[in-house]
Structures are given as structure tokens and as C-alpha cells.
Design a protein around this ligand. Structure first.
Ligand code: SME
Length: 159
């Protein structure tokens, strides 16, 4: 087991330490599923206020459930559907303060109230999306977004 003990009330420190830990975890490992699995576990253990953290992979133009932590979730999401599908279709980060106000939101877990989805893109091609759900409305701010975008950049060459 790896024992990272990442914890900080200061988000800048939290995401800096997370990025360093993730770099170490994926270094030299070419298997994308293994790297997604460890990334989901690291995020789940380190970032407070989440009820789901994980990946949907781009499999032939459809999002298919990948490694995650949290409750069992929807398996397939079409591009353009819900928050994850919007991220996949636009290649833009989706930061949603209240998922119930988001058109087409897919309620995999009724406990989710806010969501952050980061597209993971390599050479202009969507590889996966990183999906974070929280039971707290407005859980994710611009600092969280920047922190997870940085993690997504590390993952872009590792998944
Ligand atoms: N709520 C997401 C679906 C995925 S789950 O939250 C794990 C969405 O609307 O894309």
C-alpha cells in the first residue's frame, strides 16, 4: 500500500501535494486502467466532501464506466447527455453548483448535488472524463477546478 497522508485545509497545498503523489503513482506504468484506479483511490482518500470520484472512458464515442470510488453507477452515458456527456461533447470542464438545475443531469446517486467533470484529452482526442460528485451544493470552486485540471493534465499521458 502507498501511504500518502495528503490533507490540508489550504487547497493550493492540497492540490500541489495531490499532483506530486499522482505523478509518482503513474510514473513508469503504461496501463491506463491501473492508473485510473489508483488516481480514483488517491482522490477519494485525499479530497474531502465527495460521494463519488472516478472515470468514464471514451469507448467508440460513448462514455463507459471506468475505475471509481463510491456507489455503483450508471455504466454507459452518451456524449451530450448529462454533465459527463456535456464535458465529453464539448471537451470543456463542467463545474455545476446544483446538478438538479442542469438540463439532462443523470442522477446515478440521489445524494449528489454538485459535480465537477474534467475531460482528459490527448492529442486532441478525448480519452476519458474525470468525474467528481459531492453531496454539498456548490462544493467545487475555481481552485478545485484548477487543481483537478492539473490532475487531468498528468493523467492525459497516463491513461
Ligand atoms: N451525474 C452524472 C452521471 C455520472 S455519476 O454522477 C457517477 C452526469 O450527469 O453526467
Amino acid at each position: 500500500m502507498y501511504d500518502f497522508k495528503i490533507a490540508s485545509d489550504d487547497k493550493a497545498t492540497l492540490y500541489r501535494d495531490l499532483a506530486a503523489a499522482l505523478e509518482g503513482l503513474v510514473a513508469g506504468e503504461p496501463d491506463g486502467i491501473a492508473n485510473m484506479a489508483n488516481a480514483a483511490a488517491l482522490i477519494w482518500e485525499s479530497v474531502p466532501g465527495l460521494n463519488w470520484a472516478g472515470f468514464y472512458r471514451n469507448v467508440g464515442g460513448e462514455l463507459v464506466l471506468g475505475p471509481f470510488q463510491g456507489r455503483a453507477a450508471c455504466i454507459r452515458i452518451p456524449f451530450g447527455k448529462g454533465v459527463c456527456g456535456a464535458a465529453a461533447a464539448t471537451l470543456q470542464v463542467q463545474r455545476v453548483d446544483d446538478v438538479h438545475a442542469f438540463p439532462g443531469h443523470i442522477a446515478c446517486d440521489a445524494a449528489s448535488n454538485s459535480e465537477l467533470v474534467v475531460p482528459i484529452v490527448r492529442d486532441g482526442v478525448l480519452i476519458a472524463v474525470l468525474d467528481l460528485d459531492s453531496p454539498d451544493k456548490g462544493r467545487f470552486d475555481a481552485e478545485d477546478e484548477a487543481g483537478f485540471v492539473a490532475l487531468g493534465a498528468i493523467l492525459a499521458t497516463a491513461v
